[in-house]
Design a protein around this ligand. Structure first.
Ligand code: FES
Length: 80
């Protein structure tokens, strides 16, 4: 087959978050991460289903159950 002319799109990762933007980027400092942390840990969403994106709110559990996916957050341990 030649030339990648397939009309079939690959699946989107992000269904709902800030769709008016060309690219969703969040930037923060180390101290902001520390301020966000609960019990010394900050969890950032990687499933794009969180209601408090970019923080994880646990929505990955329902997403994984519904789709068979296996995604979860990036957890940053701020304890020194
Ligand atoms: Fe997306 Fe937890 S809600 S990783």
């Amino acid at each position: 087959k030649m030339g990648g002319g397939s009309s079939k799109k690959k699946a989107m990762v992000n269904p709902t978050i800030e769709k008016s933007k060309a690219k969703v980027v969040h930037m923060c400092t180390f101290s902001e991460i520390e301020d966000t942390a609960k019990d010394g840990k900050a969890a950032y969403c990687r499933c794009w289903r969180s209601g408090s994106f970019p923080l994880c709110d646990g929505s990955h559990t329902a997403h994984n159950k519904a789709t068979g996916d296996n995604v979860g957050p990036l957890v940053i341990n701020c304890k020194k």
